[in-house]
Design a protein around this ligand. Structure first.
Ligand code: FAD
Ligand code: SF4
Length: 522
């Protein structure tokens, strides 16, 4: 008794079994429940459904006889089918969402499921810090804002990552963010073809080879769509992301050896011909629990010995152990209501053309059309298209943060509740009124023009505010300022925008134009 571990589908790496108390380390059974009813309730991206099922089934295959892999409508039914009972209990690491946490608590208490004592809940895993670390930091901050930067420094010191023996940062600075905001190299159409100043030539990302498990998943998804009335979003296509620990390690090694160096400078840049740029593509495997983020960060630091540039290593470490953990903790610290925060009172439903990923090809704006296309085709876009194209558009057009969160969650291969709520409601749509970001991430076409090659291929002009060629992002920005003028005027970081709007000679024509355009596909 007690030697069986139950792993959720985002707890699939070896570190979820690797206990000091050898509950399930060697030899113990592992319960894996494939609860597919979720696909009947909401339309997920086909690629996301594929990844999750493929990862779970690959794990079951790896574990062989140790896996008690069951398919069921719900977790409660699945546990019963796997033979879990007070006499044959399981332990489970605390899961990643409020709903799943409630469920395991109720199972542990015996309020649902096989009875009290059949499920024991352990501390969460898969992150670089524990709830206690974050709570201690929040207590130390007192009334001060919960700044990511400050949390990140503390984490670096605690983990001993990129810190000297005296506790000071390697290279004399905690952040190289200012070096990491380069536009794409001039004239480049893809980062691969550019003369990126890397120690080794930048290569395409590592791509996995599909196998029989993937083929079976694809057949099952076809059958669900045909026979069970399940609807999926987006296109199917070759699997792009790692689904096993070994694959994830291979993807990481390839990224560190060939692409990390260009990650830093071009982190924020976008190119129509290269949606991957120098990004790691590790969010999906990290969120499936296949990699331990601390080890990922240490491996990145190890590249300094091979001549990797410090600004790139630091930039990557900040994402993996800084931002990722910060977002995870805010999800819990801000409470279950975080998802309902709507400081800007945005209430518009997502229009069909946006929700369906511009499947009908209605969008002419080059940036938005390309990014929606990337989500349709891959279920993925990197951070800046998410924040400064999709999020920016949703913010300017007052889309309801809850609906946007739900859409991102379903449409992105790496979307999980814990990571979507803070990133979408907080960072992107300012629904939390400024917990994550001091000011809303609204911006006009000038930013997109500087950081990408989109505008040259667009029927609109980022400098034009009114008329046929008016850039919808530039005009939309000013309409956003007008719609939120009181709040923005009261914030020293944004008050100049309101004054700027009131100085525009064509202000009234611009606002009238935006009222007429409404939420039409741009
Ligand atoms: P890289 O650019 O190579 O970064 C390395 C890793 O850092 C990522 O794999 C990820 O694990 C971590 N990371 C970086 N930024 C964040 C962040 N803000 N929050 C959490 N982790 C971060 N990330 C998700 O993992 N899942 C999501 O559903 C998700 N939704 C987002 C929605 C919006 C509106 C925005 C603005 C950001 C979102 N992010 C999300 C964060 C970030 O955009 C993705 O992690 C990143 O683009 C994934 O690509 P990558 O693995 O190549 O990341
Ligand atoms: Fe996007 Fe405006 Fe540039 Fe067109 S002109 S690509 S709409 S920012």
């Amino acid at each position: 008794p007690g030697s069986t571990r139950w792993c959720f589908a985002d707890q699939l790496g070896p570190h979820f079994l690797d206990d000091a108390a050898p509950d399930a380390r060697d030899g113990g059974d592992v319960v894996l429940v494939e609860a597919t009813s979720v696909f009947r309730r909401r339309a997920f991206h086909r690629r996301k459904a594929h990844l999750v099922l493929s990862a779970l089934r690959h794990r079951a295959a790896e574990l062989g006889d140790r896996a008690r892999h069951v398919r069921a409508d719900t977790y409660v039914e699945g546990l019963a089918e796997a033979g879990v009972s007070p006499e044959r209990p399981v332990s489970v690491c605390d899961p990643t969402t409020w709903a799943a946490r409630r469920l395991v608590r109720r199972l542990a208490a015996g309020d649902v499921g096989p009875g009290a004592g059949s499920v024991r809940v352990l501390a969460p895993r898969g992150f670089a810090s524990g709830h206690g670390d974050f709570a201690a930091w929040v207590a130390d901050r007192g009334e001060r804002r919960l700044l990511q930067d400050d949390w990140y420094r503390r984490s670096r010191r605690r983990l001993g990552v990129l810190v000297e023996a005296d506790g000071e940062p390697v290279g004399g600075r905690w952040s190289f963010d200012e070096d990491n905001r380069e536009p794409p190299p001039r004239g480049a159409t893809t980062l691969v073809a550019s003369d990126a100043p890397a120690t080794e030539a930048l290569r395409e990302p590592w791509w996995p080879q599909e196998d029989d498990v993937d083929a079976e998943v694809r057949d099952d998804l076809d059958r669900m769509a045909r026979d069970d009335g399940v609807t999926f979003l987006g296109d199917d296509g070759p699997r792009r992301f790692a689904v096993t620990h070994d694959e994830a390690r291979r993807a990481l090694r390839h990224f560190l050896a060939h692409r990390l160096d260009a990650f830093g400078p071009y982190e924020d840049a976008m190119l129509a011909g290269d949606r991957w740029m120098a990004h790691s593509l590790l969010s999906a495997p990290l969120n499936l629990g296949l990699l331990d983020p601390v080890r990922v960060a240490r491996d990145a630091v190890g590249r300094l010995r091979h001549g990797a540039r410090l600004a790139s290593v630091e930039g990557f470490v900040r994402q993996v152990v800084g931002w990722r953990d910060y977002v995870w903790h805010l999800y819990w610290q801000q409470g279950e209501d975080y998802r309902r925060r709507n400081a800007l009172q945005a209430r518009r439903a997502l229009p069909e053309w946006f929700a369906d990923l511009d499947a009908g090809g209605q969008v002419r704006a080059a940036c938005l059309s390309d990014v929606l296309g990337s989500v349709r085709e891959e279920g993925w876009a990197h951070h800046i298209p998410r924040l400064m194209v999709l999020g920016n558009w949703a913010l300017q057009h007052r889309y309801d943060p809850r609906a946007v969160t739900d859409w991102f969650h379903r449409a992105f291969v790496d979307g999980y509740d814990w990571v979507m709520v803070p990133n979408v409601v907080g960072m992107s749509l300012h629904g939390d009124g400024g917990v994550m970001a001091t000011k809303p991430y609204a911006s006009g076409g000038a930013y997109i023009d500087r950081m990408s090659d989109y505008c040259g291929r667009c029927p609109y002009d980022p400098k034009v505010r009114v008329g046929e060629t008016a850039c919808p992002f530039t005009a939309g920005y000013w309409a956003f300022v007008d719609a939120n003028r009181e709040r923005l005027a009261g914030n020293p970081r944004t008050s100049r925008a309101v004054a700027g709007l009131d100085r525009l000679k064509d202000r009234d024509a611009l606002l009238e134009q935006e009222r007429r355009r409404g939420g039409d596909a741009p």
